[in-house]
Design a protein around this ligand. Structure first.
Ligand SMILES: *Cc1c(COP(=O)(O)O)cnc(C)c1O
Length: 379
């Protein structure tokens, strides 16, 4: 029977020589394009986008602008390029960008804020990744002989490394109102803003309403193979287009990618709640495993959990899980992150749950703890 802990270190499935491909919950970036996306890509009308002549890219940019109720959109090869270009258009060299300490723009973009825009981050530490206007206001620098002036407020919604947490609408609005009164712009790293919208049950345009620019990814929960968009004023997007070109993001017949992006944008937001339900299923079970602690409330498709109570490192936990055919990555020495997505349905998540329970129970046994319930008992 599958799902029983095996002291020999091999799951029943592995002993049977089960050949299923590993289940990949490392990120929602791992999704493969759907059959409909592949068909649309094959049939896409294309032109040279550097001349503004790719009809499919133009359509995608227009639809993104409409959906976010902004004047214009810009299609980019990655979210990193979208954030880079946004920081550039809103700031000048020698300024500070206020952002949360674990934000992507600070930790996972190769210091592009400094490298490309000449800005330094001024980070604010929070338990849940969610900034407030109170905290931001306290960090805004007065003009003076010693301080780099504040150039931009950057917020991440959902917050990736805080576990997919979501900004309450009124907190977002207070930040934007406060920033604008102080003469500052707000850029939203909305790589997963559709997940935030699904969680709150509001359209993305409401989350974007007061922001000066929003970047979002097509290539994560929305399932497109490549691409992100930046939306904002027509003037800002015209400036952003030139920086995109400078960075090598002029992609010529990019309509083949935009065609998949259009399907991602139009059809995929409606199914994100499935990913959230699967994340809740996994989180609910993890919470009941001995030695495992969720580090945050699970609101969207990301679950981060601490395994130090099980007497095992995150690295070792990940390795044992991999030997049971489930891939998730450590985020530090004691915690791991799993992300649910389009290519991991309910049945796959139940399979992951079994493997997680086996690894957790195995760690607890090695530590000399009592026999823990197996996956089947955990539900
Ligand atoms: C994934 C991600 C990005 C952009 O990533 P790319 O891999 O460059 O597309 C930006 N911000 C956050 C919060 C992300 O999770």
């Amino acid at each position: 029977m599958r799902g029983r802990y095996s002291p020999r270190g091999l799951s029943a499935a592995a002993r049977r020589g089960d050949e299923r491909p590993p289940l990949d919950l490392r990120s929602d970036t791992v999704t493969k394009p759907t059959a409909a996306m592949r068909r649309a890509m094959a049939q896409a009308e294309v032109g040279d986008d550097v001349y503004g002549e790719d009809p499919t890219v133009n359509q995608l940019e227009q639809r993104a602008a409409e959906i976010f109720a902004k004047e214009a959109g810009l299609f980019l090869p990655s979210g990193t390029m979208g954030n880079t270009v946004a920081v550039k258009i809103h700031t000048r060299h020698g300024q500070e960008v206020i952002c949360e300490a674990r934000s992507h723009v600070v930790n996972y973009e190769l210091a592009m804020m400094a490298w490309f825009s000449g800005c330094v981050p001024r980070v604010i530490h929070t338990p849940d990744g969610i900034l407030t206007w109170e905290r931001i206001r306290a960090e805004i620098r007065p003009l003076g002989p010693h301080w780099a002036p504040t150039g931009l407020i950057e917020i991440e919604n959902t917050h990736n490394m805080a576990g997919g947490t979501v900004y309450p609408l009124e907190v977002l609005e207070q930040i934007c109102d406060g920033a604008h009164e102080a003469g500052l712009k707000v850029h939203v790293d909305g790589a997963r803003i559709f997940n935030a919208a699904a969680c709150l049950g509001v359209p993305v345009r409401q989350l974007a309403a007061k922001a000066d620019s929003v970047m979002f990814c097509l290539s994560k929960g929305l399932g497109a193979p490549v691409g992100s968009l930046l939306v904002g004023t027509a003037e800002a997007m015209a400036a952003a287009r030139l920086y995109r070109k400078r960075l090598g993001g002029g992609m010529r017949q990019a309509g083949v990618l935009a065609a998949a992006g259009l399907i991602a944008l139009e059809e995929m937001p409606a199914r994100l709640e499935e990913d959230h339900a699967n994340a809740r299923l996994l989180a609910g079970a993890l919470e009941r495993m001995e030695g495992i602690r969720l580090t945050h409330p699970v609101q969207t498709n990301i679950v981060i959990f601490d395994v130090s109570g099980a007497g095992i490192t995150a690295q070792e936990f990940s390795a044992r899980l991999a030997s049971r055919g489930v891939r998730i990555n450590p985020v530090n020495a004691t915690s791991l992150r799993l992300v649910t997505h389009l290519d991991a349905g309910r049945a796959e998540c139940e399979r992951a749950l079994t493997a997680l329970a086996e690894v957790a129970a195995g760690a607890a046994m090695n530590r000399g703890g009592e026999r823990l319930p197996a996956a089947a008992e955990l539900g």
